[in-house]
Design a protein around this ligand. Structure first.
Ligand code: ZN
Length: 183
Protein backbone atom coordinates (compact mmCIF):
# COMPACT_ATOMS: atom_id res chain seq x y z
CA UNK A 1 0.00 0.00 0.00
CA UNK A 2 1.15 3.54 -0.75
CA UNK A 3 2.07 5.91 2.08
CA UNK A 4 3.50 9.44 2.12
CA UNK A 5 6.98 7.86 1.84
CA UNK A 6 6.15 6.96 -1.76
CA UNK A 7 5.49 10.57 -2.72
CA UNK A 8 8.13 12.62 -4.51
CA UNK A 9 8.98 16.09 -3.26
CA UNK A 10 7.30 19.12 -4.73
CA UNK A 11 10.51 20.14 -6.53
CA UNK A 12 11.06 16.72 -8.13
CA UNK A 13 11.42 17.16 -11.91
CA UNK A 14 9.04 14.23 -12.53
CA UNK A 15 6.18 16.56 -11.55
CA UNK A 16 7.16 18.76 -14.51
CA UNK A 17 7.28 16.01 -17.10
CA UNK A 18 4.58 15.09 -19.58
CA UNK A 19 3.64 11.55 -18.54
CA UNK A 20 3.48 8.81 -21.17
CA UNK A 21 0.29 7.04 -22.28
CA UNK A 22 -0.36 3.66 -20.71
CA UNK A 23 -0.44 0.94 -23.39
CA UNK A 24 -3.84 -0.80 -23.37
CA UNK A 25 -4.87 -3.38 -22.44
CA UNK A 26 -3.00 -2.41 -19.30
CA UNK A 27 -0.33 -4.69 -17.86
CA UNK A 28 -0.83 -6.18 -14.42
CA UNK A 29 1.86 -3.86 -13.12
CA UNK A 30 0.02 -0.78 -14.42
CA UNK A 31 -3.30 -2.05 -13.07
CA UNK A 32 -1.74 -2.62 -9.66
CA UNK A 33 -0.36 0.88 -9.56
CA UNK A 34 -3.67 2.44 -10.58
CA UNK A 35 -5.49 0.36 -7.96
CA UNK A 36 -2.98 1.49 -5.34
CA UNK A 37 -3.55 5.17 -6.26
CA UNK A 38 -7.26 4.65 -5.60
CA UNK A 39 -6.54 2.72 -2.41
CA UNK A 40 -4.40 5.60 -1.13
CA UNK A 41 -7.11 8.21 -1.78
CA UNK A 42 -9.77 6.06 -0.13
CA UNK A 43 -7.56 5.20 2.85
CA UNK A 44 -6.63 8.85 3.29
CA UNK A 45 -10.32 9.62 3.87
CA UNK A 46 -10.68 6.98 6.61
CA UNK A 47 -9.63 8.78 9.80
CA UNK A 48 -8.39 5.63 11.59
CA UNK A 49 -6.24 4.35 8.72
CA UNK A 50 -5.03 7.85 7.83
CA UNK A 51 -3.92 8.43 11.44
CA UNK A 52 -2.30 5.00 11.71
CA UNK A 53 -0.16 5.43 8.58
CA UNK A 54 0.19 9.21 8.64
CA UNK A 55 -1.66 9.72 5.36
CA UNK A 56 -2.50 13.24 4.25
CA UNK A 57 -6.12 13.39 3.18
CA UNK A 58 -6.77 13.91 -0.51
CA UNK A 59 -9.55 13.51 -3.06
CA UNK A 60 -7.35 12.73 -6.06
CA UNK A 61 -3.93 11.39 -6.97
CA UNK A 62 -1.91 11.07 -10.16
CA UNK A 63 0.86 8.54 -10.86
CA UNK A 64 3.68 11.12 -11.27
CA UNK A 65 3.13 12.10 -7.63
CA UNK A 66 4.38 8.64 -6.62
CA UNK A 67 7.29 8.75 -9.05
CA UNK A 68 5.70 7.02 -12.06
CA UNK A 69 5.48 9.17 -15.17
CA UNK A 70 2.47 7.39 -16.69
CA UNK A 71 -1.02 8.67 -17.45
CA UNK A 72 -3.12 7.33 -14.55
CA UNK A 73 -5.29 9.12 -12.01
CA UNK A 74 -7.63 8.22 -9.17
CA UNK A 75 -10.41 10.45 -7.87
CA UNK A 76 -12.64 9.64 -4.91
CA UNK A 77 -14.93 12.34 -3.59
CA UNK A 78 -18.44 12.98 -2.45
CA UNK A 79 -20.33 16.07 -3.52
CA UNK A 80 -23.92 16.69 -2.55
CA UNK A 81 -24.40 13.01 -1.65
CA UNK A 82 -23.09 11.88 -5.02
CA UNK A 83 -19.96 9.73 -5.03
CA UNK A 84 -17.39 10.25 -7.78
CA UNK A 85 -14.99 7.35 -7.61
CA UNK A 86 -12.91 6.73 -10.73
CA UNK A 87 -9.54 5.19 -11.44
CA UNK A 88 -8.62 5.94 -15.04
CA UNK A 89 -5.91 5.13 -17.52
CA UNK A 90 -5.15 7.83 -20.09
CA UNK A 91 -7.80 10.33 -18.93
CA UNK A 92 -8.40 13.05 -21.48
CA UNK A 93 -10.29 16.34 -21.40
CA UNK A 94 -12.61 15.84 -24.37
CA UNK A 95 -14.44 19.16 -24.12
CA UNK A 96 -15.05 22.00 -21.70
CA UNK A 97 -17.31 24.97 -21.11
CA UNK A 98 -16.27 28.52 -21.85
CA UNK A 99 -17.39 29.43 -18.34
CA UNK A 100 -14.75 29.05 -15.63
CA UNK A 101 -15.02 28.05 -11.99
CA UNK A 102 -12.78 28.36 -8.96
CA UNK A 103 -12.77 26.91 -5.46
CA UNK A 104 -13.35 29.70 -2.97
CA UNK A 105 -10.98 27.92 -0.53
CA UNK A 106 -8.26 27.61 -3.18
CA UNK A 107 -6.69 24.25 -3.99
CA UNK A 108 -4.30 21.97 -2.19
CA UNK A 109 -2.15 19.12 -3.38
CA UNK A 110 -0.68 16.01 -1.75
CA UNK A 111 2.64 16.98 -3.36
CA UNK A 112 2.68 20.46 -1.83
CA UNK A 113 3.37 20.62 1.90
CA UNK A 114 2.70 24.32 2.34
CA UNK A 115 -0.35 26.51 2.03
CA UNK A 116 -0.64 28.30 -1.30
CA UNK A 117 -3.19 31.08 -1.44
CA UNK A 118 -5.12 32.26 -4.43
CA UNK A 119 -7.90 31.31 -6.80
CA UNK A 120 -7.21 28.64 -9.41
CA UNK A 121 -9.25 29.22 -12.58
CA UNK A 122 -10.70 25.99 -13.99
CA UNK A 123 -13.37 25.15 -16.54
CA UNK A 124 -16.81 25.02 -14.92
CA UNK A 125 -17.93 21.93 -16.87
CA UNK A 126 -15.89 19.28 -18.59
CA UNK A 127 -16.19 15.96 -20.36
CA UNK A 128 -13.48 13.44 -19.52
CA UNK A 129 -12.82 10.17 -21.33
CA UNK A 130 -10.56 7.37 -20.16
CA UNK A 131 -10.33 3.65 -19.51
CA UNK A 132 -11.11 2.02 -16.18
CA UNK A 133 -9.35 -0.82 -14.36
CA UNK A 134 -11.53 -3.40 -16.13
CA UNK A 135 -10.51 -2.00 -19.50
CA UNK A 136 -13.89 -0.42 -20.14
CA UNK A 137 -14.11 3.00 -21.79
CA UNK A 138 -15.51 5.67 -19.48
CA UNK A 139 -16.95 9.06 -20.41
CA UNK A 140 -17.92 11.51 -17.68
CA UNK A 141 -19.66 14.88 -17.71
CA UNK A 142 -18.61 16.79 -14.63
CA UNK A 143 -19.15 20.08 -12.89
CA UNK A 144 -18.47 21.55 -9.47
CA UNK A 145 -15.72 20.09 -7.32
CA UNK A 146 -15.51 16.90 -9.38
CA UNK A 147 -14.71 18.91 -12.53
CA UNK A 148 -12.07 20.90 -10.65
CA UNK A 149 -10.49 17.78 -9.15
CA UNK A 150 -10.23 16.00 -12.52
CA UNK A 151 -8.61 19.06 -14.09
CA UNK A 152 -6.11 19.22 -11.20
CA UNK A 153 -5.18 15.54 -11.63
CA UNK A 154 -4.99 15.64 -15.44
CA UNK A 155 -2.72 18.68 -15.08
CA UNK A 156 -0.30 16.47 -13.12
CA UNK A 157 0.00 14.25 -16.23
CA UNK A 158 1.09 17.31 -18.20
CA UNK A 159 3.63 18.63 -15.71
CA UNK A 160 1.37 21.41 -14.46
CA UNK A 161 0.94 22.35 -10.79
CA UNK A 162 -2.24 24.04 -9.54
CA UNK A 163 -0.42 27.22 -8.57
CA UNK A 164 0.80 27.72 -12.13
CA UNK A 165 -2.75 28.95 -12.83
CA UNK A 166 -2.87 31.53 -10.00
CA UNK A 167 -2.59 35.15 -11.06
CA UNK A 168 0.86 36.14 -9.72
CA UNK A 169 0.01 39.86 -9.54
CA UNK A 170 -3.30 39.37 -7.78
CA UNK A 171 -3.86 35.84 -6.41
CA UNK A 172 -7.42 36.59 -5.35
CA UNK A 173 -8.53 38.24 -8.56
CA UNK A 174 -11.85 36.68 -9.58
CA UNK A 175 -11.26 34.82 -12.84
CA UNK A 176 -13.19 36.30 -15.76
CA UNK A 177 -16.55 34.68 -16.58
CA UNK A 178 -16.36 32.38 -13.59
CA UNK A 179 -18.55 30.87 -10.90
CA UNK A 180 -17.48 30.36 -7.28
CA UNK A 181 -17.48 26.77 -6.00
CA UNK A 182 -17.70 26.16 -2.26
CA UNK A 183 -16.05 23.17 -0.67
ZN1 ZN B 1 -2.02 17.68 -6.90
Amino acid sequence: MLTMDDFVNEDDPILRQVAVEVPLPASNEDKQLLASLMEYVQNSQKPDIAALYGLRTGIGLAAPQVNVSKRMIAVHLKEKDQLYSYALFNPKLVSHSVEKAYLTSGEGCLSVNRPVSGYVPRYARITVAGTDLEGKPVQLRLKGIAAICFQHEIDHLNGIMFYDHINPEDPYAIPENSIAVER
